[in-house]
Design a protein. Sequence first.
Length: 359
Amino acid sequence: LQLLVALRERGLRVLEAALPSELFDALATLRADWPSLADDLELGWLSPCPELPVDAQHRLQALLAPDAARAAELRAECTRGFEGIARRLWPQLQVVVVGTAHGGEQLYCEALQQGDCKGLPIYCPFYQVNGALLGMNLWPEEPSPRFLLCPDWAFCEFLPCAATEPPPAATVLLGELWEGRDYELVLTAQPGHCRRRAGEVLRVSGFHGQCPVVQPVRREAQTLSVRGERVPEERFVRSLRRAVAMWPGARLVDYVCAESALLGASSGAGAPHYQVFVELQGLRDLSEEQRSKLDRCLQEDFPTYKSFRFKGSIGTLRLHLVAPGAFAQLREVTGHPQPMPRLLRDRRLLSAIQSSVIS
């Protein structure tokens, strides 16, 4: 329905979504259903939608009118392929705006920029944590979002991230931050709200006037640990990207990880290990040699993991390919607009992704 309304407006200037994955899913629907969308445009007709109340469907139907020229344009552009399709369908598009463009969602930003939204900048205007608005991005032309912290939007404190555990107990305030250092966010969102560790780690990338500018680095809860090794999400995905680069023709769409103990007997025998589920484009199967690349990359990038692997305390990582569109279905289970966790601890979600494994 949203696609049909958007396609009627050739002069559209902005595509906006709460998450990059939402826009990716919408454009995947366009790739799959463009013939029926073109028919609806040509006839000025709204296809039956069981989820939509009948009176709402009638009101929307009254707003539609036949547009054979726009339908012909849609058919012509989709027949040519889908690289850069957004700008071809909406020639006046200037920007893609998303509510989150860091963490695992960055994969979808890259997929959009390499495919459907090629040639368009992706702008993440605000930084929000636990529903609190903390900062804004004043540099829309930069590919990696960074945010100016706004002092009066919430009360923020910061725990310096020490090189060794445990971290210092005392928090520091905005005026005490150092450029280039990482801090864990302690947040009091509004007067009367509980003061709590938000689980977000930020890096101070500089200052704008006297206010710090930060980049989200990781979520503390998103770490893999079967023997206390604590591999952070951003370190893991760095190794995963390196492994994917060694698989000719493959592009990473999305991934999730799980600790083997959560899968019970289905994880197989042997020492505790990581179970990794990936969706790829351009590749439908992997040899055992290719699968082993990820475990090797992780050992090279994370010495603690290598040590446990050498001693046999952690078993060989097991990699599974899932069917195309599996993560779109998983997002329907988790619900929007919150980003989907890449480290799964929910057995229901694990069962859902296991059912999509193809090899």
